[in-house]
Structures are given as C-alpha cells and as structure tokens.
Design a protein around this ligand. Structure first.
Ligand code: ADP
Length: 374
C-alpha cells in the first residue's frame, strides 16, 4: 500500500501494517519525516509532485493518504490512468475543499450552518448586512489548505469581514459561514469497506485550545438521541461520497442540534484513543478497508478513554516522567521538538473518566505540552 504523506498518521498506520498483512510504501517529503521509522519502503518527494506520485503508484497495489494538502486534478489524472486510490479523488474533494463540501451538502438534508462561498471580489459585497441578518459577523475559512485553525478567521463586523475575505481570497476560494453558538464539539469516526460495509466508532467529545484539538473524551458528553443522529449522518455521508477507509465527521453541538463542520477522509486525531480503546484501532481498520479486507469490530474495550495531544511548549519536558504516570500510554511521534508542533499524544483508558482525565493531563504536562486543560 502506498501512503501519500509521512506524518504521524502514516507512522501509526505503519505500526499496524504487519498485523493487517500489508506493507507500506510511504511518500515522505524528507528522510526526517516521522513515518519513515515505521515504513517498509520510503520514496522521498512532495505529495503534489507528479513524478513522485507515479513512483508510489507503480510501487504499490493501492494508494491512500495521510493528509489533505493534495492536488486533486493530478490525482484524477492518475486514477483515470488506472491507479487505485482509496478514498478516490471524487470523495477526497469533500475534505480537501470546504466550499465543495458546503455546496454539495446544501443539496441534501444534511445539517449545515448558513454559508456563502466567496470566489472573487464581487462576492465580497454579498457579505454586507451579514452581521445584521445572523447576529454576528461570519467566520471566514480558506476553502483549501487550512488545518489546526490556520486559515480560519473571526472578524468583528461586516467591514472587517470584507477586508479579511479579500485577504484570504489571495490564497483561493473562501467560505463565509454563520458563527454558531457552540455548546461543544463532537467527532464521529466511521469506516467503510470496498464492499460498502460500514462500521461506526463510538462518538467522542473534542476539546479545542487555540484552534487545535487539545483533548478527546469517550464517551461523548451528549444525549443518546444526538449520538445516534451523529452516527446516522456519518453513515449517510460515507455512502453519499463513496468513502473507502476511515473518515472523521466533525460536528458543532448547538442549541438547535448538530451541525456539520468538516470531514477528514483518513484516520483522525479524534480517533487516536482507539489504539488502546477499541478492539480494532482506526489505523488497522483504515488499512483493512483500503486493502479490500473486511472490517474489524469497532467495539470499545473500556468504559472510558481520554486522549491528550502533546503540542510543543518552549522547551521539552521529560518523556520518562510522562511514561511514569500510572495507567497512561505515551505515543512519541519521534519528531524534533519545536514549539507549537504536534509531537505526540497520551491516552488513558479505564472505567472512571475523571481519573483518566487527571492522569492523561499529568502525563502530557510532564512531557511538555503547551496546551491547557479546559
Ligand atoms: P480547521 O480546518 O483548521 O480545523 P475548523 O473549521 O475546524 O478549522 O475551525 C477551527 C475552530 O474554529 C473550530 O474547532 C471551532 O472551534 C471554530 N469555528 C469554526 N467554524 C465556526 C463557526 N461557524 N462558528 C463558530 N465557531 C467556529
């Protein structure tokens, strides 16, 4: 299996590869990329470089992805030429391009915030009066290339919204959307096999800090009916887009119910807890689905789990001290320490969510995370 991108997701796919019976050929930007440590073979090149992609395609039976910074036209050309890409470029467009996701889903009954796609300066004038109509200025998002809150802007009024939209337009299309009243955020992980079989993971609550996911909690703090609804929506999306592999659907929980935020068509940060927390991890199930095997059970092994991301603070802490905290599983991605960089994560699984929360944060702080407990 080829994997485009050599980040921590590809690295954790590599940890599961032999148990699933696949060998990974990773397209990494450099030999320093963290997935190099677990790959069976490495090709050094950019994810948007045609010659590099062709090398991965010819070295593998099927190709999957570790991130969304992709050139879809290039991928479509490869698929037309016979490359087996899972998920395929048509499905990937829903996660690579937020404008496409919003426009396509607005033709269905899937729950979305009010939005407008801004493709040029003429569309910017349509944002006038937004604050009066929606009670707050829109949230502005670069349609492509944003992650971890980069490319998401919160103007104070229409005037600032227009100026910021023009600025974002220099990088491509922009999505302006209603600023929803956030009670919390949840994520639904779903996996779909080549034969159409679908399995849902338990819903989780995600806690953000400075636009980045800081903590993930299972079980989600949400009423049972809403949890069921999240699963139904994820199932509907998986079928609608022809998903193969794992997908995360991120939702806003609002007073009016669930609203879809964004999709990731790959293993996702909100599913790292499944490594220890579920019978089949998201990484194993992604590899199983993409390689055409049947899905493994997504059943949780414990009553509760807490995952805390380790994001570099000014200086590293002690990995030994982090590992010394009782009952935690520390995952170090093997990256060079840099402030603001996602360097690892800590999971704790068991019965009592409060105890797990305390332990996971104690370990992540010892490790040197810059994120703060909510
Ligand atoms: P990214 O793709 O960078 O992860 P998101 O679209 O998830 O960006 O936005 C980052 C964060 O900004 C979200 O987790 C949420 O807290 C906040 N946010 C995004 N869109 C809205 C919105 N429409 N209303 C209110 N808050 C929002």
């Amino acid at each position: 299996m080829g994997v485009v991108g050599g980040g921590q997701l590809a690295r954790m796919m590599g940890d599961e590869a032999s148990s699933v019976g696949v060998e990974l050929v990773v397209l990494a930007a450099s030999r320093e990329d963290c997935a190099v440590a677990t790959a069976d073979e490495v090709i050094v090149g950019e994810a948007t470089d045609e010659a590099s992609l062709r090398s991965v395609v010819s070295a593998s039976d099927v190709v999957t992805f570790d991130h969304e910074l992709l050139d879809l036209n290039l991928l479509e050309g490869l698929a037309t030429g016979g490359a087996v890409l899972r998920p395929n470029p048509r499905a990937l467009r829903f996660s690579v391009d937020k404008a496409h996701q919003r426009e396509m889903f607005s033709r269905t009954d899937l729950p979305l915030p009010a939005f407008r796609v801004v493709r040029g300066p003429d569309d910017v004038s349509a944002l006038q009066g937004w604050t009066a109509r929606h009670g707050a200025a829109p949230v502005l998002k670069a349609a492509r290339g944003g992650y971890d809150g980069r490319g998401v802007l919160f103007p104070r009024d229409d005037h600032e919204a227009a100026a910021m939209a023009l600025e974002l337009l220099s990088r491509g299309d922009v999505v302006a959307e209603e600023r929803v009243s956030l009670l919390s955020e949840v994520a639904q992980l779903v996996v779909r096999a080549v034969d159409g079989d679908i399995a849902l993971y338990p819903l989780v609550t995600t806690v953000q800090s400075a636009g980045m996911c800081a903590e993930v909690r299972f079980p989600a703090d949400l009423a049972k009916e809403e949890q069921v609804r999240a699963g139904e929506i994820a199932r509907e999306i998986a079928q609608h887009i022809g998903l193969v592999g794992v997908m995360a659907v991120e939702f806003f929980v609002t007073p009016g119910g669930l609203v879809i935020n964004e999709l990731a068509l790959r293993p996702h940060n909100s599913g790292h807890w499944t490594i220890e927390g579920c019978v089949t991890s998201q990484f194993a199930n992604h590899l199983r689905a993409v390689s055409g095997q049947s899905l493994g059970p997504t059943t949780p092994r414990h009553r509760a789990a807490v995952m805390v991301n380790v994001v570099g603070a000014a200086a590293p802490g002690s990995l030994d001290a982090a590992r010394g905290v009782e009952g935690v599983h520390v995952h170090d991605y093997g990256k060079t320490w840099r402030p603001g960089r996602k360097l690892g994560h800590v999971s704790a699984v068991g019965d009592d969510p409060e105890v797990l929360h305390v332990r996971a944060w104690q370990s992540a702080r010892a490790y040197g995370t810059s994120t703060r407990e909510a």
